[in-house]
Ligand binder design. Sequence first.
Ligand SMILES: [Mg+2]
Length: 265
Amino acid sequence: MRIMGKQAVLFDLDDTLLWDDRSVKEAFEATCQAGAEAAGVDPEQLEEAVRKEARALYESYETFPFTKMIGINPFEGLWANFREGEQEEFRKLEQLAPGYRKEAWTRGLRALGVDNEELGAKLAEQFPAERRKRPFVYDETFRVLDALKGKYKLLLLTNGSPDLQREKLAGVPELTPYFDHIIISGEYGEGKPAASIFRHAMERLGIEPDHGIMVGDKLTTDILGANTVGMTSVWVNRHGAVRNDEIIPSHEIAHLEELLLLLEQ
Ligand SMILES: [Mg+2]
């Protein structure tokens, strides 16, 4: 099946163009290795415990509904500074973040029987540094963008905190110049799947829903939002996830380069 008559391609960023999963995983591994050596625990168990404690803690804050609406996950909270963004909640997050990081790591250690706040604080600062060292991008990202550039208007539609998403982009400086527009949910004020941010994107592009195509890895945000406004959606399903019939993408691909076959005219 070919997709015809499109003028613009809207891309999600994390785990669609940027390999954020791998960055986070490797940052956890490096930090947990250090923690394991210092405390005599198993690094994999420490990672699992910290992820669990971080999630629970993050969900307990009054900022949780906001972070959920904007699309900022607990592990982004472990390295974000939240210095930008106009909403009041970003100032709360900025204040919460240092304590959240320290507490998540300290509780993770404690879950393994290690009561060491000082080590928790140390690991809490190591993790952001490890994450910042690993701005991974998929091999195929630039091949795909090169093939599309000049033929379509390109827009990046990403959920997240403004300073964190910009920092991720700064980590791969070759990426930004491909895009005619970059929209970050934390700047706009509402995240995918809200129809409003998709309409905002179409306005910036000067297109109708028919003329755009949304490409992303997440059914509940990228695909649902595109479907809601009547835009063609392409689900990048790299890991063979099984979906139910609640959210049905127009197209499904296992590799980003398959997008070029769909769009080939
Ligand atoms: Mg994504």
